[in-house]
Design a protein around this ligand. Structure first.
Ligand code: ATP
Ligand code: MG
Length: 332
């Protein structure tokens, strides 16, 4: 059976981008057709300036929202990264296979490092090595597929390179995974700056739709979305990024196709109204289920406890094999 692994960082409140680009496919497709593991990757949240209490809170919230979005612990394994030591154990070994040049080429490193510097902060070494830890997350489980938004494709490509290199040097240990990216809404853009990705750790609140935003807030944010000069509604990602983003979101929420939907609209106003309603409707059941789950924290804890136990048992043998293969003496 195909094994799937994917994760989400507790760096901020989850966004519509996270939902349409990743979580929705995990719940609707991946967990049904494969042996799937989904992870709140909390170690990754420590790569940038962080507040410890907030990271703990966001980790619990992310797990709760993943369940609210439809992940079913009977079908998949849901757990928190730091509860399974194998991720950090394997990451070190993979650092001995990766090169510093490779790390410095990663687009996200460049962007996030630049942002940290702009804020007057320093860049944590873990931000540079983050893609190696992500490779460890994936390779520890022998995952074949990694369903992610478009922005993570480069990291999955690096994971493939590291797996191939390790296997060639030290013997076949890892499955070489591939990224799977959704056809629409693989990169939902910031509503206030449609040339940048909507990211949960970005500062600009009005351009980001959070899954837990009240319907009225969602409507306001969509109504204020930056549109392009010109008045006709056409789907052109390069020339008209603002309108194209709305069309993609609408298409992802209603099951249509952005190019075809464009033809149905004579003005930006109606497109915004329909997009806002479509988003509100898509988020409604997630928000309702989230409320129910918040009333039952013991359930979420139980899911995470069982998930970590299962994940540990799955990862351990492969990580042990990697330790032996690279030359470490097995414990006596
Ligand atoms: P951060 O700003 O901390 O990087 P993020 O919003 O990018 O947060 P991640 O935890 O890095 O979220 O990514 C979780 C998943 O959501 C990944 O599969 C990623 O590709 C996907 N994703 C993130 N942002 C978007 C987006 N704007 N559109 C589509 N998919 C997205
Ligand atoms: Mg990200």
């Amino acid at each position: 059976m195909t094994r799937v692994f994917s994760g989400i960082k507790p760096t901020g409140h989850l966004t519509l981008g996270n939902y349409l680009g990743a979580m929705r496919q995990w719940a609707a497709v991946d967990q049904h057709r494969s042996d799937a593991l989904f992870c709140v990757v909390d170690l990754h949240a420590l790569t940038v300036d962080h507040d410890p209490a907030r990271v703990r809170r966001l980790s619990r919230q992310a797990a709760t929202l993943l369940l609210a979005a439809g992940l079913d612990p009977e079908l998949c394994t849901l757990f928190v990264q730091s509860h399974v030591d194998e991720h950090a154990r394997l990451s070190y070994v993979l650092e001995c296979v990766a090169t510093d040049g490779e790390m410095r080429r990663m687009i996200q490193y460049r962007e996030k490092a630049a942002r940290e510097r702009e804020r007057g902060g320093s860049v944590r070494l873990s931000l540079l090595t983050y893609p190696v830890l992500m490779a460890a997350d994936i390779l520890a489980y022998g995952a074949d597929e990694v369903p992610v938004g478009d922005d993570q494709a480069q990291h999955v490509e690096l994971t493939r390179d590291l797996a191939v290199r390790f296997n060639q040097r030290y013997g076949g240990t890892f499955v070489v995974p591939r990224a799977t990216v959704p056809k629409v809404a693989a990169r939902v853009m910031n509503l206030q700056d449609p040339t940048s990705k909507m990211g949960k750790s970005d500062d600009s609140g009005p351009g980001i739709v959070y899954l837990l935003d009240e319907p009225e807030v969602v409507r306001k944010k969509v109504a204020r979305a930056v549109t392009d000069s010109g008045r006709d509604v056409v789907y052109d990602r390069e020339g008209r990024p603002g309108v194209a983003n709305l069309l993609e979101v609408l298409a992802a929420c209603t099951g249509g196709e952005p190019g075809a939907l464009a033809g149905a609209y004579g003005s930006y106003g109606q497109l915004k109204k329909d997009t806002a309603e479509a988003v509100v409707e898509v988020l409604r059941p997630v928000r309702a289920r989230h409320r129910e789950l918040c009333a039952d924290p013991g359930f979420v804890e139980g899911v995470l406890r069982a998930g970590a136990e299962k994940a540990r048992a799955m990862a351990r043998p492969r990580v042990d094999a990697a330790y032996r293969a690279i030359g470490l003496l097995p414990p006596v």
